[in-house]
Design a protein around this ligand. Structure first.
Ligand code: IMP
Ligand code: MG
Length: 184
């Protein structure tokens, strides 16, 4: 069943481990003297956030947000809405690092950076496991990137295919036959 949906494995478990280790070291170094607050974007970045947080060896706090920008298909609607937000009294003292699974059009992270800055954040940076720069629709570049990938729809390691398969431990490309069968 799963085999018929996968075109190929794009980022293996081993590659994910080494990416997470490298990013953890960079973030640990860059945030040693800062007030780090990790902001995980639900649901897609949960696996990545949990693994990355374990590799960040400096004191940090964790917050969670949930946004909505996708219709039923694989194309962004362009408009971002907050479904889950957080509040705290000390925005001006916090160095936020927003953790995403993938940057596609750039709408979600651009919106979240502006949203946190509008609330008075001391600083806001972004970290993504996967980056698809060829799909960018707005002027946005993440600060920390796991790996750049081609313009193909991927799933696994937090990323969903119609809300399923978030639990597979690697990132895979969806077979075109499967997308066609779903009229995408
Ligand atoms: P953006 O706002 O267009 O940059 O898209 C960000 C969100 O779109 C991500 O957090 C994902 O939830 C979703 N997304 C974009 N590309 C993919 C993909 O290839 N597979 C699964 N989800 C994706
Ligand atoms: Mg996401």
């Amino acid at each position: 069943m799963l085999e018929s949906i996968i075109k190929r494995v794009l980022v293996s478990e081993e590659e994910i481990k080494s990416i997470v280790c490298r990013l953890g070291q960079e973030i640990t170094r860059d945030y040693a003297d800062k007030n780090l607050v990790i902001v995980s974007v639900l649901k897609g970045s949960v696996m990545f956030t949990v693994d990355l947080a374990k590799q960040i060896n400096t004191v940090c706090e964790m917050e969670f947000v949930r946004t909505y920008s996708y219709g039923n298909g694989t194309e962004s609607t362009g408009k971002v809405q907050m479904l889950v937000d957080f509040d705290r009294p000390d925005f001006a003292e916090c160095d936020f690092l927003v953790i995403e699974d993938i940057v596609d059009s750039g709408n979600t992270l651009k919106y979240l950076v502006e949203h946190l800055l509008a609330k008075g954040a001391k600083s806001v940076k972004t970290c993504t496991l996967l980056d698809k720069p060829s799909r960018r629709k707005v002027d946005f570049n993440p600060d920390y990137v796991g790996t750049v990938i081609p313009d193909e729809f991927v799933f696994g390691y937090g990323l969903d295919l119609f809300e399923k398969y978030r639990d597979i431990p690697y990132v895979a490309v969806v077979s075109p036959e499967y997308l066609e069968s779903r009229n995408l």
